[in-house]
Design a binder for this molecule. Structure first.
Ligand SMILES: [Zn+2]
Length: 314
């Protein structure tokens, strides 16, 4: 089940209010899906957008914050999801200033360089770091949860994708400082920051924050837990029943063998009594049989084991 769409939809449905958080949100989006290039001595940036809703939101933020109008958008079909994807190109006038302001570029005496860290003030405040992670998630995030009732399906998984290992590890450090532990792995040309623990994924969604998604996610966790428990209970019950059936069969065979080869009369009085009762009441549970013989269940068990032993020694 693709839970990532649920989280994305909630993020997009809650507009970012403060200007500082809007910058952080943009920084997160571009960090996750942007590619920098240079053309005719000018800096350009391409980035991918998953849907029109996100594109509109970004256009609004760029225009509100920087008075920059996105003009160049190319559409490509995402065959896997049968959806359009958009690639936004920003080039020339003002782009480098915007990227510097977003903390994606830094400038020193040697000129501009890419800042893979999160040391720019775009993500300094707690509210802004959360907005940054939301932007990242909208751009590159994914989350899957196991389908209820599925025995061997995929487990819980949440991921954010980065182009550079440095960005991935610095983001992981900041998240760890907020109590959310994620791991990093390489997938082809990208670096994945991922979480497998359902509890930690829940914490991550709460951190964004995406409260409605947290509720839905908790629901899935509880349902899954219930299903697992009831499966375990069923297996356990079946196990008990089959063990009991085996035991009954084993003792019935032992009694038959003694009767055939030696006669039940050769047994000690209490064992002969027990063997006769077992034969006479094959449907009785151990407790019922013990009651019938007016002995305890453990005494009955002891006698039956003794009978089995004698039959083996014949
Ligand atoms: Zn903020």
């Amino acid at each position: 089940m693709n839970f990532g769409e649920i989280i994305r939809t909630e993020i997009l449905s809650r507009p970012v209010k403060d200007e500082h958080c809007k910058r952080a949100f943009l920084a997160g989006m571009l960090r996750g899906s942007g590619t920098l290039y240079e053309k005719d001595g000018e800096l350009g940036l391409d980035f991918k957008v998953r849907d029109e809703e996100t594109l509109n939101l970004l256009s609004a933020y760029f225009s509100q914050l920087y008075g920059y109008d996105i003009r160049e958008v190319s559409v490509s079909e995402d065959r896997l999801n049968k959806k359009d994807r958009f690639v936004v190109s920003m080039c020339g006038g003002g782009v480098s200033d915007i990227l510097k302001d977003l903390g994606i570029l830094k400038e020193d005496k040697n000129g501009y360089s890419v800042n893979f860290g999160l040391d720019g003030d775009a993500t300094e405040r707690d509210c802004c770091f959360r907005a940054f992670i939301r932007g990242l998630f909208v751009a590159t995030g994914g989350c899957t949860v196991p389908n209820t009732g599925e025995e061997n399906g995929t487990g819980y998984h949440l991921e954010l994708v980065f182009f550079h290992s440095a960005s991935a590890s610095i983001t992981a450090e900041r998240l760890a400082a907020a109590g959310i532990r994620a791991k990093i792995t390489r997938r082809r040309e990208s670096y994945l920051l991922y979480i497998k623990s359902a509890e930690v994924i829940k914490d991550f969604i709460a951190f964004l924050p995406a409260p409605v998604s947290v509720l839905k996610f908790t629901d899935i966790m509880i349902n899954r837990e219930l299903t697992n428990n009831s499966n375990r209970q069923k297996n356990c019950d079946l196990g008990n029943v089959s063990r009991q059936v085996e035991a009954v069969a084993k003792y019935a065979e032992a009694i038959d063998k003694i009767e055939r080869l030696k006669g039940l009369g050769t047994l000690k009085k209490e064992l002969a009594e027990t063997a006769a009762a077992r034969k006479a009441y094959p449907e009785d549970t151990l407790s019922e049989l013990a009651e019938r013989l007016n002995i305890t269940k453990s005494c009955l068990n002891h006698r039956l084991r003794k009978i089995a032993q004698i039959s083996e020694e014949i």
